[in-house]
Design a binder for this molecule. Structure first.
Ligand SMILES: Nc1ncnc2c1ncn2[C@@H]1O[C@H](COP(=O)(O)OP(=O)(O)OP(=O)(O)O)[C@@H](O)[C@H]1O
Ligand SMILES: [Mg+2]
Length: 269
């Protein structure tokens, strides 16, 4: 597939729209084309997975979506407009990254940080509303508020911390969540839970989710649409049944071969 084709779902207004977006780092001989001429639309309320091997540009693309990088060339739009104000953008678009410990300060309790997270919103809810939203968010990820009362990040496991990150998202209710490898640090059981929480965010809050992963099996399980990335380009895209069950690009075939045995049977060809 040529890399300048548009990867979009028909008939819906896009929340993100990329037109010929590229992101380079460095200069001259040392230039790295992290993202090259990608074009796509992401529909409001969709779960879209960006799948590819290490170094193919997934996280750089995720950071463009978060407004952390402005593309070197091309046009990247959120709700039809370029991202000009990061704070405004983060009011709507939030992230969950690979390493949950780096997202929480070790010196403050989890509970206080979940509450403080509301500081990022332009219209901060009342204290009572914050308390009830944090409690509901903890329950949404199957944690009793009493379980984490008074606890610091270092007192929780990696899997519990990842759930805390998701609780923050349930509490803040952004329009869009960009989840970059949120299941990489956890075992298969917690991983399945996290995927279920992502689907709950979509179904209960109507959130648009961009899910970045190496694992096309996970992508098949959660997505409405899959983008396959390779060397900065989107080499194949479509609905999961198309991409995972009828792969066309050799990179997609390789990714299917690489699915961990534990959930290989998620994709039955
Ligand atoms: N800030 C930066 N400065 C220079 N090069 C960068 C920067 N960020 C990313 N890159 C390069 O861009 C390319 C894509 O990186 P990216 O982090 O998007 O990969 P990835 O697909 O997320 O990989 P992984 O699956 O290992 O997380 C890599 O070659 C990386 O070295
Ligand atoms: Mg990455």
């Amino acid at each position: 597939m040529p890399n300048n084709s548009s990867h979009s779902m028909p008939g819906q207004a896009p929340i993100f729209s990329a037109k010929q977006v590229s992101m380079d780092f460095g200069h001259g001989k040392k230039i790295c084309h992290a993202v090259q001429n990608v074009s796509f639309d992401i529909a409001d309320g969709a779960i879209v997975s960006v799948v590819g091997g290490s170094g193919c540009g997934k996280s750089v693309l995720a950071k463009i979506m978060l407004g952390l990088y402005a593309p070197t060339s091309g046009e990247f739009l959120y709700q039809g407009r370029p991202i000009t104000d990061q704070r405004d953008h983060w009011n709507d678009v939030q992230s969950v990254f690979q390493d949950p410990f780096s997202c929480f300060n070790q010196f403050f309790t989890i509970h206080s940080q979940l509450k403080d997270a509301f500081g990022i919103l332009k219209n901060k809810p009342s204290r009572a509303e914050i308390d009830s939203r944090v409690d509901a968010a903890l329950r949404a990820v199957n944690v009793l508020p009493a379980e984490i009362e008074g606890k610091y990040p270092f007192e929780l496991s990696g899997g519990q911390m990842q759930r805390m990150l998701l609780a923050r998202i349930f509490a803040l209710r952004p329009k869009v969540l960009v989840a970059d490898e949120p299941t990489s640090m956890v075992d298969a059981c917690v991983r399945a839970n996290i995927l279920d929480y992502l689907m709950k965010l979509k179904h209960e809050l109507g959130m648009t989710i961009v899910f970045v992963t190496h694992d096309i099996g996970l992508a098949y399980y959660v997505s409405d649409q899959i983008f396959i990335m390779h060397e900065g380009q989107i080499v194949e895209s479509g609905i999961p049944d198309e991409v995972a069950l009828h792969p066309k690009h050799p990179v997609t075939l390789q990714l299917i071969d690489d699915i961990p045995d534990i959930h290989k049977d998620w994709i039955k060809r």
